[in-house]
Design a protein around this ligand. Structure first.
Ligand code: HH2
Length: 275
C-alpha cells in the first residue's frame, strides 16, 4: 500500500502514472492560458483512459534541456494541479526544486517525483513535512550534460547503491517507507547498453523491498531500438512497460495510458495478482 497524501494506493495490481507536461507554448501571452487548459484537458483524458496517478511537470528533463526558474515552474504547474483535482486521482509533481515541491504540496499534490531523488538542499525537509509519497530516481550527472559520457562499472549495482543511500536519507528525514518509491531512471545518464542491462536485471531491485517505478515511455532507447520518431514510439514503449512489470515494476510512467492499460490487462489476466 502506497501512502500518497490522503490516498492509499494498492500495489496489488500495476499502476499507470500518466504524464502531463506543462511545457511553454510558442505563442506568448494568450498561449500560456491555452496550454494550461490543454494540459488539464489532457490529464482528465488520461484519467478516463485508466491513469492511477497523474504526473505534472513544468520543466523538461530531456537531455540537453535548459533549466527553468522556480517561479516560472510554479506558474506553469499550480493552475494545472488545481484544474486536475477534479480528476479524483493522486497528483504527482515532477520537480527537482524544493520551493516547487513545498508549494505544490500545499496546493494538494499527493506525490513528489524527483529525478534528483531529494538531493537539493531543503528537498528532504519539504517532502517530510507533508504526507506525500515520493519517487526517488537515479540520475548520473545533470540533464544538460548527462548523456555526454555516462560510465559505470556495474550499472545495476551502482544504481542500487545510490537508491539505497537516498532511501536511507529519506527515512532519516522522517519519510516513512510506505511513502517511498524507487526508480532506476532509464535514460538519465545511461547509454542504450546501460538501459538494456537495467531492464534485463530489473528484478535485482526487488532486494530494496520498495515499489519500483519504471519510466520508459517514448524514450530515446525505444527510438534507438525501433527507429520510430518520438510520437510513434507507442508500441515499443508498451512492450518495454510490460517487460518492466514482468520483472517487478509496480508503477509505469506512460504518455500512452490507454495502450499501456490494455496491455497490462492482458498481462494481469495471464499472470494473476502479484505482490
Ligand atoms: N522520465 C522523465 C521525466 N521524469 N520521472 C521518473 N520518476 N522516471 C522517469 O523515467 C522520468 C521521470 C523524462 O522526462 P522528459 O524527457 O522531460 O519527458 P516526459 O516528461 O515527456 O517523459
Amino acid at each position: 500500500m502506497l501512502h500518497c497524501g490522503k490516498f492509499r494506493l494498492s500495489l496489488d495490481r500495476p499502476l499507470v502514472m500518466g504524464i502531463v507536461n506543462v511545457t511553454p507554448d510558442s505563442f506568448s501571452d494568450g498561449g500560456r492560458y491555452f496550454s494550461v487548459e490543454r494540459a488539464v484537458e489532457h490529464g482528465l483524458q488520461l484519467v478516463e483512459e485508466g491513469a492511477d496517478i497523474l504526473d505534472v511537470g513544468g520543466e523538461s528533463t530531456r537531455p540537453g534541456a535548459e533549466e527553468v526558474g522556480a517561479g516560472e515552474e510554479l506558474e506553469r504547474v499550480l493552475p494545472v494541479l488545481d484544474g486536475l483535482r477534479r480528476g479524483g486521482v493522486p497528483l504527482s509533481v515532477d520537480t527537482m526544486k524544493p520551493a516547487v515541491m513545498a508549494e505544490a504540496l500545499a496546493a494538494g499534490a499527493a506525490m513528489v517525483n524527483d529525478v534528483r531523488a531529494l538531493r537539493e538542499p531543503g528537498a528532504l525537509q519539504a517532502v517530510a513535512a507533508s504526507g506525500a509519497a515520493v519517487c526517488l530516481m537515479h540520475m548520473q550527472g545533470a540533464p544538460r550534460t548527462m548523456q555526454q559520457a555516462p560510465r559505470y562499472d556495474d550499472v545495476v549495482a551502482e544504481v542500487k547503491d545510490f537508491l539505497l543511500g537516498r532511501v536511507r536519507a529519506a527515512l532519516e528525514a522522517g519519510i516513512v517507507r510506505e511513502r517511498l518509491v524507487i526508480d532506476p531512471g532509464f535514460g538519465f545518464g545511461k547509454t542504450l547498453g546501460h538501459n538494456l542491462e537495467l531492464l534485463r536485471r530489473l528484478g535485482e531491485f526487488m532486494d530494496l523491498k520498495l515499489p519500483l517505478l519504471a519510466g520508459l515511455s517514448r524514450k530515446s532507447m525505444i527510438g534507438a531500438l525501433t527507429g520510430a520518431a518520438v510520437e510513434e514510439r507507442v508500441y515499443g514503449s508498451v512492450a518495454a512497460a510490460m517487460l518492466a512489470v514482468q520483472k517487478g515494476a509496480r508503477i509505469v510512467r506512460a504518455h500512452d495510458v490507454k495502450a499501456t492499460r490494455d496491455a497490462l490487462a492482458v498481462l494481469e489476466a495471464v499472470e494473476g495478482e502479484k505482490q
